[in-house]
Design a protein. Structure first.
Ligand code: FAD
Length: 390
């Protein structure tokens, strides 16, 4: 077996402590949160108190200043038990990262200490009802008015949408300018004119709040701008490899997990006088998945290593997300099959894992967009340049 070599003893001690937290504070309650469609705010405070949120935030902004692998451990331990409800990944890996990378000192001081503690929850507002993959087509408008901007528009599918206190919002400050008209803002959820829409009903990830957000004449000071005007699209592009890497980590972890669950289950379940695991079909299905899960893990770990050295590019990240998310969906399907009818029952984790999985081929850049990125790179110099995307 190829051993993972990324993590030090310190990371493993951290893993044990995160695992204890997840087993005590999340696993026993997750089914109830799925019924409620949301996790309690209290969980965020507990997670913050244990240091599980935004591990890389430097000490001067209230964090622990740890390396990215500490965040990776938190994500892996959540996925390992199928805890798809707590939206820590969006909060830590996207919102805090955007503020850390593009924010002013004042913005960092305002938000990061509270985000580390779980007192303020972040969400990322990009997608709109008519614009998802094609982000430069967003219509939410931010119009300059004296020292302020006035925001009008609508977002959809926003993770942490019901809970969020701050939104990294993609807007258009120049509606005629395409990608170069996109500007990011930090918008507080207590601004007049901001309202949350429905907590959307989803196929899976039922404990995670995913919402519409509405902005009607929401007035914010110009100092809430995140990064320069008109540079929002370019800034978002710089963060896409990290977002896709996080998705690959999710898929690699869930794939390994469901294979283990299925090996355990089939070794105990009997049919025709033998265990399900005795059937050659079961062994072949699981062996095939295991071999590919191992390759997915090795490639994903390599991408983590590249990321730690500031060398992960968009194409490698796209390849990681493409292959791991497709394998993830295939694995939950094939593993559920080996559970028979029990696999179709919500009380079985494989059933939830199946429902949770489908989104990985859509969100954070669909598999088609990943293929487009890879193909564009392959055909660079071979075919005439087309309009840029993703
Ligand atoms: C559970 C969930 C959580 C989410 N969380 C967030 C969030 O927190 N913040 C946020 O901003 N967004 C979020 N999203 C939105 C997500 O990022 C979008 O759904 C995704 O980018 C796809 O956009 P779309 O849904 O508009 O699909 P569309 O862009 O309409 O795409 C529809 C289909 O067309 C395909 N397609 C599009 N362009 C191309 C192309 N160039 N070539 C080939 N095929 C193409 C797509 O791959 C897809 O199969 C979330 C979505 C879900 C489901």
């Amino acid at each position: 077996m190829i051993e993972r070599s990324l993590f030090t003893e310190e990371h493993e001690i951290w893993r044990a402590s995160v695992r204890r937290f997840v087993e005590a504070e999340i696993v026993p309650y997750h089914a109830k949160w799925e019924e409620e469609g949301i996790v309690p705010r209290d969980l965020w405070l507990k997670a913050g108190a244990q240091g599980l949120l935004c591990c890389t935030v430097p000490e001067e902004y209230g964090g622990l200043g740890l390396d990215y692998l500490f965040d990776v451990v938190v994500f892996e331990e959540l996925w390992r038990v199928g805890a798809s409800g707590p939206g820590f990944l969006i909060h830590t890996d996207l919102v805090a990262t955007y503020i850390l990378s593009f924010g002013t000192d004042a913005q960092k001081r305002e938000w990061l200490p509270r985000m580390v503690k779980g007192e303020a929850i972040g969400s990322l507002g990009m997608t709109e009802p008519h614009a998802g993959s094609d982000l430069k087509a967003i219509r939410t408008q931010a119009r300059r008015d004296g020292d302020d901007y006035v925001i009008n528009g609508q977002k959809v599918f926003i993770s942490n949408g019901q809970l969020c206190n701050v939104i990294v919002l993609a807007t258009k400050t120049d509606s005629g300018a395409g990608a170069s008209g996109v500007t990011l803002f930090l918008v507080e959820s207590n601004r007049p004119g901001f309202t949350r829409g429905r907590n959307l009903e989803k196929l899976g990830m039922k404990a995670q709040d995913t919402s519409e957000l509405f902005f009607e004449d929401v007035r914010i000071p110009a100092s809430n701008m995140l990064g320069p005007a008109g540079k929002g699209f370019a800034l978002m592009m710089t963060k896409l490899p990290q977002e896709r890497l996080a998705q690959a980590i999710r898929s690699a972890t869930v794939t390994e997990t469901v294979i283990e669950w299925t090996a355990d289950y089939t070794a105990g379940r009997k049919a025709f006088g033998q265990t399900i695991a005795d059937f050659q079909n079961t062994q072949y299905v699981l062996a095939d998945l295991k071999a590919r899960a191992t390759m997915a893990r090795v490639f994903t770990d390599k991408c983590i290593e590249l990321f730690l050295n500031d060398k992960l590019d968009a194409v490698d990240a796209a390849m990681a997300k493409l292959v791991t998310s497709e394998l993830h969906c295939e694995a939950v399907d094939k593993c559920l099959q080996l559970f028979g009818g029990w696999g179709y029952m919500w009380e079985y984790p494989i059933c939830r894992a199946y429902a949770d999985a489908r989104v990985v081929k859509i969100a954070g850049g669909s598999v088609e967009v990943m293929k487009t990125i890879i193909a564009r790179d392959m055909f660079k110099g071979r075919l005439p340049a087309r309009s840029p995307r993703g």
